[in-house]
Design a binder for this molecule. Structure first.
Ligand code: NAD
Length: 436
């Protein structure tokens, strides 16, 4: 590939603020630098490189909402379809004050690579509404959700664009989207969203899917490195859906969970923490604050513990050039999206840390979302065992495929995962050609 093509040509289409200084934490940069490296190694042809660097569709809508106080507020809503060559766009919708087009585009691209790495027939999308949902009533949130849905309805549909929950959205929001869409088309369409309540077409096993996927790939990584699963020490940052379920399932496999944390701080116990007990504590107290079964540690200290496995399952950009040299884990399983900055990758590589990249490690969630969509469309629902067995098959297969590519090209698992997914998307583009 010609070197000049590595320059961000036409970048302004995706990043209108291109002159702004971009930090190592910028999500778009994080995604693009990994994309570029993989594209170069794949020797991607220049035309295809340009196509894959651009989102297919970026939609911005104004969302007027009648607030409870009788005043009208107007919110900004975004939906980005990054690439739909392999199937309907798939990706969550977040309600957050920090939503920007830049971030949503990066997350939509990430979804494209994530779906491709586990080889499910979806493209990638992401959406968001700039709002502070914690300050809004249920009624206001429902009106916001329904009007946002109406604003992007032209792209939505089980064959075109299938949203899911993300930051600050949940099953209830998915039910409102599904209802709004169904009212507009005149009949019930459960497959238009995933992450729905089980009573209205959601899938058994979806809640546990991401943590289960993390457990499966961590187990495979331990075995690959010749380490015992039983007794392997694990530190988990974030004790929400992904972190707590990942920890429970790893404990179930015989691992020793020596540290856990949430936004209130962490707890370290070299003898092992009873994860089920901690989950019960959080059910009663909402957070780990005051848990007390171990020594109190900060989130920063947790990341630097000497453990076999580190499972960052909270936030993005927690492993950066500032702390990467101090990480002592042998394996990092990226449960969260983007926990490691692109600049920190090289430092972890130098230290010989085996990183299971986010697009593979946390793909269990979107895989079971795919199962939900399949079940909705078939109108036939699977047992939890069937869901879990099929998830395990996909995760194991994907881990093995990425590992094989990593060995073949002598690259790390992240670059291999990007190479695998980009080559899958590129193959479909080549087969389809350019519609003119
Ligand atoms: P969650 O809201 O259920 O849990 C988040 C946890 O992180 C909470 O325990 C919270 O206290 C903790 N946390 C928040 N701020 C923190 C901080 N500053 N320091 C330490 N801990 C902090 O969220 P989740 O669904 O478990 O998602 C966690 C990560 O996994 C996110 O990056 C998300 O994008 C990613 N992810 C989730 C899924 C899924 O299916 N839920 C799928 C793929 C990726």
């Amino acid at each position: 590939m010609a070197p000049d093509l590595l320059l961000p040509t036409n970048h302004q289409i995706m990043r209108p603020d291109k002159d702004r200084f971009l930090s190592e934490e910028n999500p778009f940069e994080a995604m693009m630098s990994r994309f570029d490296r993989a594209a170069e190694l794949l020797d991607l042809e220049p035309g295809l490189y340009k196509v894959l660097r651009h989102p297919e569709k970026q939609i911005t809508v104004s969302i007027p909402v009648m607030m409870d106080n009788g005043e009208v507020e107007v919110f900004q809503g975004i939906r980005v379809l990054y690439n739909t060559s392999r199937g309907p766009a798939k990706g969550g919708i977040r309600f957050d004050l920090n939503v920007t087009m830049d971030e949503v585009t990066a997350l939509a691209a990430w979804m494209t690579w994530k779906c491709a790495v586990v080889n499910i027939p979806f493209g990638g999308a992401k959406g968001g509404v700039v709002c502070d949902p914690l300050k809004m009533s249920v009624g206001e949130l429902e009106r916001l959700t329904r009007r946002y849905t109406a604003g992007i309805i032209a792209t939505l549909g089980p064959d075109s664009d299938v949203p899911a929950p993300d930051v600050n959205t949940n099953e209830r929001v998915m039910a409102w989207i599904m209802d709004t869409y169904s009212m507009r088309v005149g009949h019930t369409v459960t497959a238009v969203v995933t992450g729905k309540p089980v009573e209205m077409g959601g899938s058994l096993g979806r809640r546990e899917a991401t943590g289960r996927g993390c457990m499966i790939v961590t187990r495979d990584a331990l075995r690959h490195l010749g380490m015992e699963v039983k007794g392997a020490t694990v530190a988990v940052q974030g004790f929400g859906n992904v972190g707590s379920i990942g920890a429970q399932l790893l404990q179930g496999e015989g691992c020793k969970i020596v540290a856990i944390s949430d936004r209130t701080g962490g707890w370290h116990n070299p003898k092992g923490i009873d994860v089920n007990d901690a989950v019960e504590y959080v059910k009663q107290h909402k957070t780990l604050e005051g848990y007390g079964k171990g020594t109190a540690i900060s989130n920063e200290e947790l990341l630097e513990l000497e453990v076999d496995v580190l499972l960052p399952a909270a936030l993005e950009n927690v492993i950066t050039t500032k702390n990467a040299a101090k990480i002592r884990a042998k394996i990092i399983c990226e449960g969260a999206n983007g926990p490691t900055t692109a600049a920190a990758d090289a430092i972890l590589d130098e230290k010989g840390i085996f990183v299971i990249p986010d697009i593979l490690a946390n793909a269990g969630g979107v895989t079971v979302s795919y199962f939900e969509w399949v079940q909705d469309r078939g109108g036939y629902f699977w047992t939890e065992k069937t869901v879990n067995d099929r998830l395990e098959e996909i995760m194991k297969h994907s881990f093995a495929a990425v590992l094989q590519l990593a060995k073949q090209h002598k690259v790390n698992m992240r670059t291999a995962a990007y190479m695998l997914s980009i080559s899958r998307v590129a193959t479909v583009h080549r087969l389809r050609g350019i519609y003119a």
